[in-house]
Write a protein that binds this ligand. Structure first.
Ligand code: 5GP
Length: 204
């Protein structure tokens, strides 16, 4: 009897704010055998968000402590607040053969692509979600109603710069409806799981 085991995949998803990525990731989180990495952030908690589920909300000094002790796989300043991925849990899940989903910005994705750790390199599958256009993005952000008009302007400007980075990602999903985006995302997850190089054969 031949036994196959598989190493964990590190799915890194980036998309400009308002692309619907959070909703997409919430749906993808329901995929069996996929662990969502909860980030740390210094940004204020939004209504409906749960500490430890959506983010670990913390003060600037606690965040900086984690940065200095090397507890972050990556971190970035996004719209004036710190965001970072706790390293320990990600490495543990990957080593145990569990897939991990990271919802991070383009700066964070760049740091992960540049990681010297061969385990991270092998595990990585990065995906960019491309919004239809900036006007549609503005409509979606305004419809969400969680940011002020000043914050929306800042995010639209940032989106423009972020969209220029799509070619650095292994996959690009051209965003249309949430259903379509989810189908494409699941197709990527499946294909990555079937990659021969991710499989190990144990003779028993
Ligand atoms: P929001 O404040 O809307 O939840 O997130 C703002 C941006 O920060 C999004 O683009 C999101 O992907 C990004 N982000 C969330 N967590 C992390 C993280 O741990 N690291 C980095 N680099 N970006 C993150």
């Amino acid at each position: 009897m031949n036994n196959f085991t598989r190493s964990g995949i590190l799915f890194v998803v980036s998309a400009p704010s308002g692309t619907g990525k959070t909703t997409l990731c919430t749906n993808v989180r329901q995929t069996p055998d996929l662990v969502y990495s909860v980030s740390c952030t210094t940004r204020p908690q939004r209504p409906g968000e749960k500490d430890g589920v959506d983010y670990f909300f913390m003060g600037k000094s606690d965040f900086e402590k984690k940065m200095k002790t090397g507890d972050m796989l990556e971190f970035a300043d996004v719209y004036g607040h710190y965001y970072g991925t706790p390293k320990g849990p990600v490495l543990e899940h990957l080593a145990a053969g569990r897939d991990v989903l990271l919802d991070i910005d383009v700066q964070g994705a760049r740091q992960i692509r540049g990681s010297k750790d061969p385990k991270i390199q092998e595990a990585l599958a990065d995906i960019f979600i491309m919004p239809p256009d900036l006007e549609e993005l503005r409509r979606r952000l305004e419809g969400r109603g969680t940011e002020s008009s000043q914050q929306i302007a800042k995010r639209i400007q940032a989106a423009d710069a972020e969209m220029a980075e799509w070619k650095s990602y292994r996959y690009t999903i051209l965003s249309s409806s949430m259903e379509e985006d989810l189908i494409k995302f699941r197709a990527i997850i499946r294909a990555e799981r079937y990659l021969s190089r991710r499989l190990d054969l144990h003779h028993g």
